[in-house]
Write a protein that binds this ligand. Structure first.
Ligand code: URA
Length: 278
């Protein structure tokens, strides 16, 4: 039996044409082939490239005798955390293994307060990968992202562009464990968890990314306010693959500020175009 290979052929002609407009020749080729290709510069696209930061903490040739991830101590540096979760994430060859590694991760203090880790859910090779900030209380109890009121709002937003987690969307977060009291994740927590997200993106292979709320600033590594990041096609490069990234307000904001729905609607229209869905 011939096993279908994941390839750029899974994208429609419209999607491929749009990516070419953005300077992305083909989505999700193996990284060495991408590096060998000479692509045109993107049009009106801001780009961020994520490469794993591996910081040698010991002389080369010395074999580590400790596990890849261990509990953080007060003196542990951010570089050390990133290196540890990098090693762990890189060794996961599928989402199930990655989810197990996330569930057992103790790289930052968030593991102490979690009931369950929340790795993410949805469709592989989706049109859209939604990236939020962090799980909240009910998400933590169920082990699923965006299940409470912000989640319902997110699902409504997706429905507005004929999309859903069951059909063409994957949903995840910057950090996979709930911060206590739903506070914002700290920079060191974001940094420790980032290799899991980058590996997840690599395995999920999304056509486009929708970054909501502060997740946008984290992913694009900027302090620019969201209203300046909206309505621009950014791109995120993961293992040599440029993925179009659209920014919008967090669905939780719409619960208290329904007047912003018009702006979110505009962003969703741009996302729909970028994803080759319109
Ligand atoms: N639930 C999530 O999973 N992520 C958010 O950003 C908010 C609620």
């Amino acid at each position: 039996m011939k096993v279908p290979q994941p390839s750029a052929l899974q994208y429609s002609a419209l999607q491929l044409a749009w990516l070419q407009e953005l300077g992305i020749e083909k989505p999700w080729l193996p990284s060495e082939q991408v590096a060998a290709k000479k692509s045109n510069p993107p049009l009106a696209v801001t780009a961020v490239t994520h490469a794993p930061t591996r910081v040698p903490l010991r002389p080369s040739g010395v074999t580590p005798s400790r596990p890849a991830v261990r509990a953080a101590s007060a003196s542990q540096s951010a570089a050390e955390l990133v290196m540890d979760t990098n090693a762990l994430a890189a060794s996961a060859h599928d989402l199930t293994t990655l989810a197990k590694q996330i569930a057992g991760c103790t790289a930052c203090g968030l593991c102490r307060g979690r009931q369950q880790a929340v790795p993410g859910e949805g469709i592989m090779q989706p049109s859209i990968m939604v990236i939020g900030e962090a799980p909240e209380a009910l998400d933590d109890r169920e082990g699923r992202p965006f299940v409470d009121r912000p989640g319902l709002m997110l699902d409504n937003m997706l429905t507005a562009i004929q999309s859903s987690r069951a059909h063409n969307v994957y949903v995840s977060n910057m950090v996979k464990c709930r911060p206590p009291g739903n506070r914002n994740p700290k920079p060191i927590e974001l940094q420790a968890c980032k290799p899991f997200l980058m590996r997840q993106i690599e395995l999920v292979r999304p056509f486009s990314i929708l970054a909501v709320g502060r997740a946008a600033q984290s992913l694009l590594e900027t302090q620019e306010p969201l209203d300046q990041l909206r309505q621009v096609t950014h791109s995120l490069t993961v293992v040599g693959q440029k993925i179009p990234l659209i920014v919008t307000y967090h669905p939780a904001l719409l619960l208290n500020h329904p007047g912003e729905k018009a702006a979110v609607w505009q962003d969703l229209q741009l996302l729909k175009t970028v994803s080759g869905m319109s």
